[in-house]
Design a protein around this ligand. Structure first.
Ligand code: GLY
Length: 355
């Protein structure tokens, strides 16, 4: 698969990615390499990764606990402390080997340790390959509010080895697929249709589609790296999706939702808002709803849940001047940003989702 050039770095694939990494290590003047893993990637991905590194540089492994609940400043503190205890300096390189939590948090740790050290993302989940590791967004949650603390800072390279997906549970594959479907919905109707026809989710069938998703996201990021306009399209489904995800994280009575499961619900509801405000057709809305429901099922929300989720919308990062702003669809493949929506329509969107 061809490398994808981005703003200041490239995304490399499969065997070729290790050649690029080793050439880069050889040509750079790093003092030491730190590899950040969680307990899952430590067991399942690190051995393969290490067997492909060809470098004499000193290497330290730092392990964090897996899961969204650990995407916190406390975890960052522990890692900053480990870097310091292990003599990390400004010429250290941090390699983030993991899913979206590891690449987001590791990128933030690197961007702030000693005012910034270089880092490389090696995504091991589908979600992180097609979204989190690409595009420079780094950060952590504040309480249960997603990604409230962070900076945009690009990695030196992204290395996508799709064979890591072979160790991923099916629900994690489905979670990543939601971001790929989103890429089709906002930019490419043909890509959406092809994804809808997928019968199985395995690394060999997905390779080319992962490449296409990264190309779609990367083109948007190159045009608008700091999310002043077009990049907001990548948030389709995420305004309600993030609020739903935060609410479920914080409520023991609710089932814990993976990111993709939450934004799938968000995309159905924001599809409804798209019909009401941006001209999306009823036919396309029903296609979107049927597709997501067939893959992700449905979450039950009580009246109380709905009100609490709507309350959480005020923390969304895209808001300004006290207004909640949405990225919504005009049609499958075309998206508009900065759309204001009445609370009444959001209640209707929940009802549409529940039917
Ligand atoms: N995940 C959305 C973005 O990177 O802009």
């Amino acid at each position: 698969m061809k490398s994808i050039p981005s703003t200041s770095y490239s995304v490399h694939f499969n065997e070729h990615c290790y050649k690029e990494l080793n050439a880069y290590l050889e040509a750079s003047n790093f003092s030491k390499i730190f590899i950040l893993v969680d307990e899952n990637t430590h067991t399942h991905c690190l051995p393969k990764f290490l067997s492909n590194i060809d470098s004499d540089l000193a290497l330290e492994i730092i392990e964090m606990e897996a899961g969204e609940v650990h995407k916190t400043l406390e975890t960052c503190h522990q890692i900053w402390q480990s870097l310091s205890d292990l003599d990390g300096d400004r010429k250290s390189l941090i390699i983030n080997l993991g899913g979206g939590v590891v690449t987001d948090l590791g990128g933030f740790v690197a961007s702030t340790f000693k005012r910034g050290v270089r880092f490389i993302n090696v995504p091991t989940s589908l979600l992180s390959m097609v979204d989190a590791s690409v595009g420079g967004k780094t950060g952590v949650d504040l309480g249960t509010i997603k990604n409230q603390i962070g900076v945009i800072n690009f990695s030196d390279m992204v290395l996508v080895d799709v064979s890591f997906l072979e160790t991923l549970p099916a629900e994690e594959m489905r979670s990543g697929l939601a971001e790929m479907l989103k890429h089709g919905l906002i930019k490419d109707a043909n890509y959406w249709s092809r994804l809808c026809k997928l019968k199985t989710l395995n690394s060999s069938d997905l390779g080319g589609l992962i490449h296409e998703s990264i190309v779609i996201k990367n083109e948007v990021v190159k045009r608008d790296p700091n999310e002043q306009g077009e990049r907001k399209q990548l948030n389709f489904g995420h305004t309600l999706g993030h609020a739903i995800e935060s609410y479920c994280l914080d409520n023991e009575a609710m089932q814990t939702l993976l990111h993709g499961e939450a934004i799938a619900a968000g995309m159905i509801m924001e599809g409804y808002l798209s019909v009401k405000t941006c001209g999306l057709s009823e036919r396309e809305l029903n296609e979107i709803k049927n597709t997501f429901k067939s893959i992700y099922g449905s979450v039950d929300f009580t009246e109380n849940d709905k009100s609490s989720i709507i309350e959480l919308l005020k923390y969304d990062k895209k808001n300004s001047h006290g207004q909640v702003k949405y990225a919504l669809l005009e049609s499958i493949g075309s998206c508009k940003v900065d759309i204001l929506v009445d609370d009444e329509l959001i209640h209707e969107a929940f009802s549409f989702y529940a039917q």
